[in-house]
Design a binder for this molecule. Structure first.
Ligand code: A3P
Ligand code: MG
Length: 346
């Protein structure tokens, strides 16, 4: 009987199942090839996959948890209405349902929860990935010419990458209580692996405060200092913060979810993004999973973001995350005061 299971655990288990379905929607839109790209703002795009995945997630969770406040990146009057019945998911992940709920979260009520949904984190990488699915070079070139925002430099780097950057795409569902992210899901629709001789596409990583993480194999940080950062939203302040870290290597990848996955899997030690641009739905789930694994995510000043429903959406003072609290302190101590001040004034 799931009714005996605490609400937070049920909501996380439902979020895992619905993120899997949303990931399939993301892949299906890509396979059909009609991305329906809309420019929301400067360097900010939305596709049919963002819109459809969000409707699937929000409708499925709202049907089961009507009093939970669900806030999605693609909220708006143009993205409402009926959805296909096979997008309405009522399953809940069995492994998550069997988790021990932390004592402090056992009696949380629906009204106290805010869920932050990013149906497709890494939209730039998703739309660029579409190019790489065109195997005919002429078809690919024609698509490039009609693509709204890929520079020739990016086009060349895409050609060099084997499969574009689709691995960077994630579906994010973050669950917050009393303004704090307590549980989260990072689903990776294009993750590929072979299990028992069978090809598996997609995987779902989850975390619950005090209970732990699942869906992947955690790994210690690399021996040398490897930083992960944005590949599509850099600026002089972002570059300055990278310089002062004295890193052996800087990885430039898409999406807040993917960067946190790199921390969890020992590919990088610290995620540095000294700029506004990310929003609450970009960081809620990654912060929840990272902190459940013993890491820390704050702004560039070292302050935690708050995830109450009335909080402003933009994360104005950037992102600083690390797989351990020590590495987080290391990075925070290296950020110069004038850089912190410059970002606070923006
Ligand atoms: N300058 C900017 N303008 C718009 N969105 C930005 C941004 N900087 C970061 N973001 C958003 O933050 C997320 C992570 O960014 P990045 O990949 O550059 O690290 C992306 O989410 P979405 O892909 O969901 O829009 C991205 O759009
Ligand atoms: Mg995002």
């Amino acid at each position: 009987m799931t009714s005996n299971i605490p609400l937070i655990v049920r909501l996380l288990a439902s979020s895992v199942s619905v993120a899997n379905r949303a990931g399939k929607i993301v892949r299906d839109v890509m396979s059909k090839g009609e991305l329906g790209i809309v420019e929301k703002g400067k360097d900010d795009y939305q596709t049919e996959a963002d819109r459809s995945a969000q409707r699937c997630i929000v409708a499925s969770l709202a049907a089961q948890y009507p009093k939970v406040n669900i806030i999605g990146e693609e909220d708006g009057p143009d993205n409402e209405g009926d959805i296909a019945s096979d997008w309405l998911i009522s399953e809940a992940d069995k492994e998550v349902l069997s988790l021990e709920c932390p004592a402090g979260l056992r009696s949380v009520k629906e009204e106290e929860i805010v869920v932050w949904v990013d149906p497709l984190d890494g939209t730039s990488e998703y739309t660029q990935g579409a190019l790489m699915l065109k195997r005919d070079p002429w078809e690919r070139w024609k698509m490039y010419l009609t693509h709204p925002f890929i520079s020739i430099k990016w086009y060349l780097s895409l050609l060099q990458s084997n499969y574009g950057f689709l691995e960077h795409v994630t579906v994010l569902i973050g669950i917050s209580v009393n303004e704090k992210p307590v549980a989260g899901v990072i689903h990776q629709p294009y993750y590929k692996t072979i299990l028992g001789g069978e090809k598996i596409v997609g995987r779902t990583i989850w975390g619950l405060q005090e209970a732990g993480v699942g869906g992947f194999t955690p790994a210690p940080p690399p021996d040398s200092l490897i930083i992960t950062t944005t590949r599509s939203h850099s600026n002089p302040l972002v570059e300055k913060a990278l310089q002062v870290m004295n890193a052996a290597q800087v990885l430039r990848v898409g999406g807040a979810g993917y960067k946190v996955l790199q921390l969890l899997e020992g590919k990088a030690s610290i995620y540095v993004f000294a700029s506004s641009g990310c929003k609450k739905w970009d960081t809620c789930a990654p912060e929840a999973v990272l902190s459940a694994a013993g890491g820390k995510l704050t702004d560039i000043l070292g302050e935690f973001y708050k995830y109450g429903g009335t909080e402003s959406r933009p994360n104005k003072t950037g992102v600083l995350a690390a797989v351990s609290k020590d590495l987080h302190s290391y990075a925070l101590n290296r950020i110069p005061q004038e850089l912190k001040e410059a970002l606070s004034k923006k």
